[in-house]
Design a binder for this molecule. Structure first.
Ligand SMILES: O=C(O)CCC(=O)C(=O)O
Length: 286
């Protein structure tokens, strides 16, 4: 049986995740895993998928923000990362699920000096997966200096209503989508008038550190970079055993429903299939 590396997560970190909606753990990924990730990002940029978008591509300033979303099978380096690194076992331990499904991988590559921040959002309001055992593990191949961190709103994974959804389209980043039939919380002015009302979590990070956040944790703000500094960040999405496939009133992003259907998975199903390999909390790959 194939095995993933196992990394024991402390109960303190698990408690912080469920209390705050996010936790950062230092020094999880070895240099060898960082090499695998770097190759994954380079290959992804050479061979983007049909889902790739440039959120920003300004020919005058040279500012580019490349984005893609890939199933585990779409990039051999990411497949190794998702099924061989300690992430799967970490995700299962943190979620409190016997197993974690490696759902998909997201890349964000900001060219040096890019100023475009990620809009405030909750990932899971876009996902075709509902359930409480759902998280992302974010990491960066470049140092994350103070002032450029990904920011997360403490406790927002427990909010009773979802946050309004910004656009994440080709050349269209931010604003608010018009969606009928959902009672959204309007997006607060987190960096301005509403700053004092919310407690932010942010961590400077070095390559090898990981940031784990719940699928419903509000986050954004990252990536206004100083001149000459690039940012390659990779977000790994994992699901636990309480998750079921769903559709969304806003439409799903990424919309994996067609790929899941090809794997025999429909609405209401638990999405364990070849597209979403399973890793146990002990690191066995099923
Ligand atoms: O790296 C970023 O700027 C955005 C990360 C993000 O939004 C995510 O991983 O869901």
């Amino acid at each position: 049986m194939a095995r993933a590396e196992r990394f024991p997560v402390s109960q303190t970190d698990i408690d912080a995740f469920w209390r705050d909606g996010a936790v950062m753990i230092k020094g999880v990924l070895s240099d060898a895993w960082l090499d695998v990730l770097a190759q994954g990002v380079a290959t992804n940029m050479e061979q983007p998928t049909k889902r790739t978008v440039d959120w920003v591509n300004n020919k005058e300033t040279g500012e580019r923000l490349f984005h893609d979303q890939l199933t585990v099978q779409q990039n051999a380096h990411f497949e190794r990362y998702m099924t061989g690194s300690p992430l799967g076992s970490i995700a299962a331990q943190v979620m409190g699920s016997p197993t974690a499904l490696a759902f998909y991988v997201t890349t964000f590559v900001r060219s040096p000096g890019t100023k475009s921040r990620t809009p405030w959002h909750q990932d899971q309001t876009y996902w075709c997966a509902e359930g409480r055992q759902a998280l992302s593990i974010w990491t960066a191949l470049d140092s994350v200096a103070p002032g450029t961190e990904l920011e997360l709103v403490r406790g927002s994974h427990l909010w009773e209503r979802p946050l309004a959804q910004p656009h994440f389209g080709d050349g269209q980043l931010g604003g608010v989508m018009e969606v009928d039939g959902v009672e959204y919380i309007p997006i607060p002015d987190f960096n301005g008038a509403d700053a004092g009302k919310y407690e932010m979590m942010r961590w400077p990070m070095e390559p090898g550190d990981i940031l784990i956040f719940h699928g419903m944790t509000v986050h954004g703000g990252s990536g206004a970079l100083p001149e000459g500094v690039q940012r390659r960040s990779i977000s790994a999405q994992f699901l636990g055993e309480d998750v079921r496939v769903t559709d969304r009133p806003s439409g799903c992003n990424p919309d994996w429903l067609p790929e899941l259907a090809e794997n025999g998975i429909g609405l209401g199903d638990y999405p364990a299939c070849a597209m979403c390999p399973t890793i146990t909390s002990e690191g066995a790959v099923l």
